[in-house]
Design a protein around this ligand. Structure first.
Ligand SMILES: [Zn+2]
Length: 460
């Protein structure tokens, strides 16, 4: 391996412009190595320690992706089937070929995300006489490369290699693995994508221990919030792990059950209701002291007084239950700074639920709704002044939702347009009128003396 000994242990960063000071490459020694040694791809698959520059960045049942030992361009990655097949067209059936190309694209997207480039070259080279194992090259062309140095010129080892060290290889591999959404470890097992929700506003999939959701303009602010919650020791929210190579945010998958309407019995139990209130209180308390970045973007504008960071959509369908107990909230897309009661009122509407029994036969009768509203407020430990404005806030919250839904639908958002077409906006207005009709009953239940859960401590 004489050709490696000449290399700078600490060369320039691999993401700079195409270096003109490429190092000469001993082509004869390279030919001896690839023709005399074992199959280099099979050696990497086997984890041969002599192949330490070939840092593995991705692996599944069928494929492996690793850094090129002899990079002619910074960020050059090879993708190969694990099985020793040689001919790019003849040795793969259509399914295996398409699967390989899907992997090439996935890895290339990660390279795009990590290494600056003005073009990505994809080629399958190799030779039946030497490096025979089928492999694809992913070669990102540095921005600003002169025309004469592009295309084959940029790829030929005869034109020299970029200076390259084990440390640089390890650093680059780590960034690529992160972009591919894998854990920090060197090997990323294949995991199938399971669609968790597909028909709503977002397509959400599970990949092993993670959830992938479309990243939005507010994702950085939400991830900062989730980082804060983790640091504060609040376990009732997923941890965030940045974004994957497909522009999706990566969050921990939280095991448990997430109910939907009509709510199952366990989600209708008083323990669940009080537990959801208590969990919301713990969440709100954990957000106190969180300082959003300057100019942070949220889905909704901050709302005064910004006592806490509202979740924005606390509901059974965004609540993970284990053994009948609410343990975590998910889907923080609608989070935004605001008053506690703004979040509590909507959560109460969803968990009690405060649906008009005239339109939702599964909803409790109004006296039972009033009792359940009290259980929820006590579970939260809602303050006296917040109790006084809870029903009014719930109605304002529903009307706000209708305005938002109609605006999004008018702006061409398909999922919201479908909700409006199905008359969801009218259901919210029906429920708002129901809450208004029975406001006195609800307020009496909230304010009467009784065995409380938590003592009212919240602002208000
Ligand atoms: Zn092989």
């Amino acid at each position: 391996m004489a050709e490696l000994d000449r290399r700078h242990p600490e060369g320039p960063e691999p993401d700079g412009p195409l270096p003109h000071n490429r190092e000469d490459f001993d082509v004869a020694a390279y030919v001896r190595r690839v023709r005399g040694g074992p199959c280099f791809v099979c050696a990497v698959v086997a984890g041969d320690p002599g192949y330490d520059f070939e840092q593995v960045v991705f692996e599944d049942d069928h494929h492996i992706a690793f850094l090129d030992r002899y990079p002619t361009l910074p960020g050059k990655v090879l993708v190969a089937p694990k099985a020793h097949v040689e001919h790019v067209v003849r040795d793969l059936d259509e399914e295996a070929y398409v699967r390989l190309m899907r992997t090439v694209r996935r890895v290339a997207l990660a390279v795009e995300a990590v290494v600056p480039s003005e073009r990505t070259y994809l080629l399958s080279l190799g030779s039946g006489q030497g490096n025979a194992h089928l492999h694809w090259h992913i070669a990102p062309l540095p921005p600003g490369t002169s025309y004469e140095r592009q295309q084959f010129h940029a790829l030929m080892t005869e034109n020299g290699l970029i200076p390259w060290s084990r440390r640089q290889a390890a650093d680059l591999a780590e960034r690529l693995r992160a972009a591919l959404g894998g854990p920090a470890g060197p090997r990323v097992p294949e995991e199938r994508e399971e669609v968790l929700t597909g028909g709503g506003v977002n397509r959400v999939v599970r990949v092993g221990g993670t959830v992938r959701r479309p990243a939005r303009r507010w994702t950085p602010a939400v991830h900062a919030l989730l980082d804060h919650l983790a640091a504060a020791g609040f376990g009732g929210a997923p941890r965030a792990h940045g974004c994957d190579g497909e522009g999706r945010e990566v969050l921990d998958f939280l095991p448990g059950e997430v109910p939907d309407y009509p709510l199952p019995a366990y989600a209708m139990a008083d323990e669940a209701l009080a537990g959801a209130g208590a969990l919301l209180r713990d969440y709100h308390d954990a957000t106190v002291g969180f300082a959003p970045a300057e100019g942070a973007e949220w889905c909704f504008p901050p709302r005064a007084p910004a006592e806490v960071v509202c979740h924005g959509d606390v509901a059974p369908y965004n609540c993970v239950f284990r053994e009948g107990r609410p343990v975590a909230f998910i889907d923080f897309d609608t989070a935004h700074p605001g008053p506690r009661v703004w979040d509590v009122a909507y959560a109460a509407y969803r968990f009690v639920p405060l649906h008009d029994p005239g339109r939702d036969r599964s909803a409790p009768e109004v006296e039972e709704q009033a009792r359940r509203l009290r259980v929820f407020a006590d579970g939260y430990g809602l303050g006296v002044r917040d109790r006084e404005v809870l029903t009014r806030t719930a109605r304002a919250r529903l009307e706000h939702l209708v305005v938002h839904m109609r605006a999004e639908a008018a702006a061409g958002h398909e999922a919201f347009a479908a909700h409006v077409a199905e008359g969801h906006d009218l259901l919210y207005l029906t429920d708002s009128a129901h809450i208004a009709r029975h406001e006195a009953l609800f307020l009496a239940a909230l304010s009467s003396e009784g065995r409380g859960g938590r003592v009212g401590m919240s602002a208000g």
